[in-house]
Each structure stands twice: as C-alpha cells, then as structure tokens.
Design a binder for this molecule. Structure first.
Ligand code: G6P
Length: 608
C-alpha cells in the first residue's frame, strides 16, 4: 500500500524516482506523483492512474530538473483517487512537499486548528495536514519544524519531506509504517521497501519509531525522539536484483510459482542438520518450548490460511493445542494468552498492520512470540522475540504463492522441532518427514512442469460465474487458499466450504453447471469426500477433483481428476497447493486480468 521513494544525489532525480516507484507498483496504487527541489522552488507533478501517465507528464522525468526529490504511489484511504488527492501534497506556501504512507487519525482536529490560523485545504486527504503543520512550525529550520509537527500526529505514518528553501535534503520520519534508508555512493535514498532501490544499493537501515532522518547526497543524520544524534547499523541485503524482475515470464505470479522448488530448498536446507531440525531460535529456549501449553497462530489472508494447515501438523507432532486466528480479530478478541502461550505470527511482508498489532497485543499479555517472516529486518521481525525467515526472496505479485509455500515449510520444521524437543515425535517419524521435505523441491518441480492439464481445465471453465472449493481437514485449509487465489486475481466469485458443512445450507447454491473443485488428497477422509462429490453432482455440479495418485474411485465420482504424485500425507499440502495456484493463474490469464496487480488490492497492507 502506498509507496514512498526519495533520492538525494548527483543525478537527475526524477527518472531515478520514477524507476524506483515502478518497483513498488506491486504494493497496489491508484495514483502517483513526484516533487523535485531546485533553486528555491519545488516542481510537483501528479496524477490519477498508472505510473505511465506520470511518465508522460514529465517526459520520463527528463522535464523536471533537480537532484533531490520524493515520489509516491497512492492507495486511496481518505479521499477518492484523483489528481488533486495524489501525493506529494504541498503546504499553502508551496514551499514544503510531503509524501505519506499511513493514516493521520486526528487530521480533522488538526485541520480545524490550522484553519483557525489562516490555512486552507485543497484536498480531501488526511495527508495535507502534514505539510501544513510543518509549514506552521517552519522558521528556517526544517528539522525542528518536522520535530515539532510530528508531536501532534496520531496514527501511523511514514513521511518523506522536501523543502524548497533547503533543496539538498529530504527529511524522513515514521511510526508504525515501514520506511528504509538506502546508503549509496554519493547518493542516498528513502523507500518503502528495498526492492525500490536494490538497483542502486544494498546497504540499508530501517527507520524506527520516533526517529527523524536528514538525508543528503553525502550525509545521513538520524535523531532519536529526544533529538540526540544516533548511529544506525546498516544491514546488507542479499536479495538478487533479478529476483525482482520478470525474467522472461509474462507475469510475476507464474515466475514465482515456478520458483517454488528453489524456495523450498533455500528455506529448508539450512535448518536440517544431521537428521535433526534446527530452527535457530535465539531467545526462546528448549525449556520454554517444553513449557508451552498452547499455541496461537495469527496472520492475515494467505498467512492465516497457511496457519490453518500448520495447525494440524504442529498438533500432531508437538502434541499441543493450536488455535489459528485472523490477526484483525485476535487483536480485539481479548485472547487468552499468557507466558505459557506461544504466539506464532506469520507475515510475508513483515509490515501488515493488523498482524503487527496482534503481535503487540500478544506480547502485552505476556505471550512469547516467534514470527515467520520473509522480509529481513521488517517491523514484525524486529518486534518478535525470535524470527524464522522464509527465504522466498522478493515476492512481487500481489497474490502470494512462493511465500505461502515457504511459510508451509517453516511450519513443518516448527512442528518437527517442537516434536523433537517435547519428545513426542518418534525419530522414525522425524526421519521420514525430513526425507519428504528434502525431496519436495524435485516433486514440486515436476508438478509445475506438467501443468498443461490444469491449463486445459482452466480453458474449459474460465467463464464460470461461481466456483466452489470443498475439502475436509487439511484439504479444507487448502481449499480456503485455492478459493482466495482464484477470486483475488480472476474476480470470479468463489467460496471454500468444509465439505461436511454443505448439507447445512451451502448446497442450495449448487445448480446445473456450477463448478466445484473437490480436494480429496487427505486420505483419512477421502471416502467422505466421495460422498460429498456425489451430493453436489446430484444437484448438477461439474466436479474437478484433486486426488491421490491412482485413486480411481475419486476419478469415477468426478468429471475431471487431477492426480497428485505418489506422496506421503504429512507434506502433501505442498503438492496440493500447486494446481490450485496454477488454476487461479490460468483462469485469470484467460480472462485477461491484471494478474500481478489485481484491482483494489495491495501487497503490503499497512493500514487497519
Ligand atoms: C495482502 C496480500 C496477501 C497476504 C496478506 C497478508 O492481502 O495480498 O497475499 O496474504 O496481505 O500479508 P503478509 O505480508 O502479512 O503476509
């Protein structure tokens, strides 16, 4: 959601900013803008729509001269997407420009205050109060104006500020919204995430709450909440810059699906040593793990779905009850967590606002917290006691695929490790699970290779109006994810049902020709699934079944069958998810949808 970029260097700033904003497109946006400082004046260009409109307005950045600037992609919250509501927002004086990610919750009160001091507003946004408040305090010293103004902001924000009268610097500040500073050679950057500036530098540091940074071409000063200068330790980002490029694929989503074997290998192999699993926890000890009496898993969207799969496996191996909750519900639910509870927080971005606040709530109540995160050094990673990284690399498509797969691997490993430590899993079970995990990259790779059948089925049904996914136990958890993938990128109405629930009302939605995707890979309940297939077929449904290798009874009951390779139950979800991802992808592709950037969605959801 909303992308921020800032550049202070020796080159023409606008083309660099536009290029970096393109790398943030995946976060989701509806308008974009840029401001550049030069010779005591600010030039601002902004417009509703895609970045190519802004490119057109600025001749690809060539028509705005200056070497210091800020840029923004906006995902509307306050005020409709429009030219005027796009960032950057100027102060009334025209001398201060601001880009902002987050929400200033007390903006109405601040507007009232500013109006009483002669300020007027041209936008419907909450952000406009930022530039005006800074203007209110500005008396020639940008740093103290920002420091005074932010004291009055309530809510969340990452802000980049440009001053006409101090044209060589950007001031950056944030609270509960991500912002990184990139350290280059004779040029420095700010950005919402590292993919934006990977081309220019890999040395970054993350801004923390209440810090203010002053970024100039050859100097960066950071101050804490007390106004003291502080040193920030840069981290070196190892992500491959090519990983954030399409590399010949039509969409990031299919590229990321294809990368899954590699992602499984990278996530699993450093954690399996001499036939044992090592999670590499630093603060949560084996004694702690033995002492926990329950686990909560929290996340949003697909991270929540992967938790539903993980629950079954952790309960089985570690013999401990696991509750999976949506982060947005957990944080307001008065959860029963205390020091004998472990909360596992799952987030690809490490920045999802609801997940972050669920984490804070858990910690406030004394729970121990491990996070499973993809972005190194992200806020959720930093706020957790321990973090287990998924080594999925940058994920650009809004609909997650490879990060989900990597999270699943970490959950298997967590189950095994806890099983080892709590001495409730036999060595034979652990050996077998490790063998499966080690072979998964090869088998997942083969499954992806043989994707023509899924592509063919997508071509038969891409015009469906409604598609239902049914499954039981782990297959139900996977159905939730399959249905989400499909609806988010193809805009086809879709729902996932626990197959046993059909008779309690939902079967009334089935009519002649309704497509039902029946997941029958969970062996213990496969007979029940055959009955459920018969139930929906009797009401006219067309059924595509996902079945275990050679399961002819399922094939006979359904209209089409996709066979999974011969495989063990434990890690079967890593296979079952692949045709579901591919089906969603090919349906959306045949419908001509904007697959990587579906409408109204954002990759990184940094508002509540
Ligand atoms: C957004 C994304 C989903 C993701 C969810 C949680 O809705 O589109 O793909 O599952 O946020 O994001 P996180 O970064 O916390 O995993």
């Amino acid at each position: 959601m909303c992308g921020i970029v800032g550049y202070a260097g020796g080159s023409q700033a606008a083309p660099i900013i536009l290029d970096a904003l393109e790398k943030l497109e995946y976060r989701g946006y509806d308008s974009a803008g840029i401001a550049v400082a030069r010779g005591g004046a600010l030039t601002v260009k902004k417009s509703k729509g895609r970045l190519k409109v802004l490119r057109g307005l600025t001749d690809d950045g060539a028509s705005i001269n200056g070497t210091t600037g800020i840029g923004h992609t906006r995902w509307a919250t306050h005020g409709e997407p429009s030219d005027v509501n796009s960032h950057p927002h100027l102060s009334l004086s025209g001398k201060i420009a601001v880009v902002h990610n987050g929400i200033i919750e007390n903006y109405i009160e601040l507007r009232r205050f500013l109006t009483s001091h002669g300020y007027s507003f041209v936008t419907e946004t909450d952000t406009e109060v930022i530039s005006q408040m800074i203007d209110f305090f500005y008396a020639g010293d940008s740093l103290s104006a920002v420091r005074n103004a932010v004291r009055h902001f309530e809510g969340s924000y990452a802000i980049g500020i440009l001053f006409a009268d101090e044209p060589d610097k950007i001031i950056a500040v944030c609270k509960d919204s991500p912002l990184i500073v990139g350290i280059g050679d004779g040029e420095n950057f700010i950005a919402s995430d590292v993919t934006a500036i990977l081309k220019h530098t890999r040395r970054i540091f993350r801004m923390c709450e209440q810090e203010i940074a002053v970024i100039e071409r050859s100097n960066i000063d950071v101050y804490n909440a007390y106004g003291e200068r502080i040193e920030k330790e840069p981290i070196f980002v190892t992500w491959d810059a090519n990983a954030a490029e399409k590399g010949g694929y039509e969409h990031f989503m299919i590229k990321e699906i294809v990368e899954q074997p590699d992602v499984i290998r990278k996530t699993a192999s450093p954690r399996i040593k001499n036939g044992q699993v090592e999670l590499g926890l630093k603060n949560i000890t084996d004694d702690d793990i033995r002492s926990f009496n329950k686990i909560y898993i929290v996340g949003c969207g697909s991270a929540y779905h992967v938790g539903k799969v993980g629950r079954q496996i952790i309960e089985r191996f570690a013999n401990i009850p696991v509750t999976v909750e949506l982060a947005s519900e957990f944080r307001y639910d008065n959860p029963f967590v205390d020091s004998s509870t472990l909360t596992i927080v799952i987030s690809q971005s490490g920045e999802t606002m609801d997940t972050l606040y669920a984490l804070k709530e858990a910690r406030k109540r004394g729970s121990r917290v491990i996070s499973i995160v993809n972005v190194v050094g992200s806020t959720i990673a930093s706020e957790s006691e321990d973090v287990v990284y998924t080594w999925a690399g940058p994920e650009i498509a809004v609909a997650t695929t490879k990060a989900y797969t990597a999270q699943l691997i970490v959950l298997y490993l967590t189950a095994l490790y806890f099983g080892q430590v709590r001495a409730c899993a036999s060595q034979a079970d652990i050996d077998s699970a490790i063998k499966q995990i080690e072979r998964l990259p090869e088998v997942v790779g083969e499954l992806i290779e043989s994707r023509e059948q899924v592509q063919y089925l997508a071509s038969l049904y891409f015009n469906s109006k409604d598609i239902f996914f049914i499954g039981r136990n782990i297959d139900y958890a996977l159905a939730l994810e399959g249905s989400l993938k499909l609806k988010e990128i193809s805009y086809i109405h879709s729902e996932a049902y626990a197959a046993g629930e059909l008779k309690h009302g939902t079967i009334s939605l089935i009519e002649d020709g309704t497509l039902v995707i029946a997941l029958c890979t969970y062996a213990p309940l496969r007979d029940k699934m055959i009955s459920n297939i018969r139930e929906v077929k009797a009401r006219g449904a067309v059924v595509i079944a996902l079945a275990r290798c050679g399961d002819t009874a399922v094939a006979e009951a359904a209209d089409h069958v996709i066979y999974m390779p011969e495989w063990e139950q434990l890690t079967m979800p890593s296979l079952t998810i692949v045709p579901l991802q591919l089906f969603a992808y090919y349906v959306a592709s045949l419908k001509g949808c904007d697959i990587d950037k579906p409408r109204n969605l954002a990759k990184s959801v940094t508002v509540e």
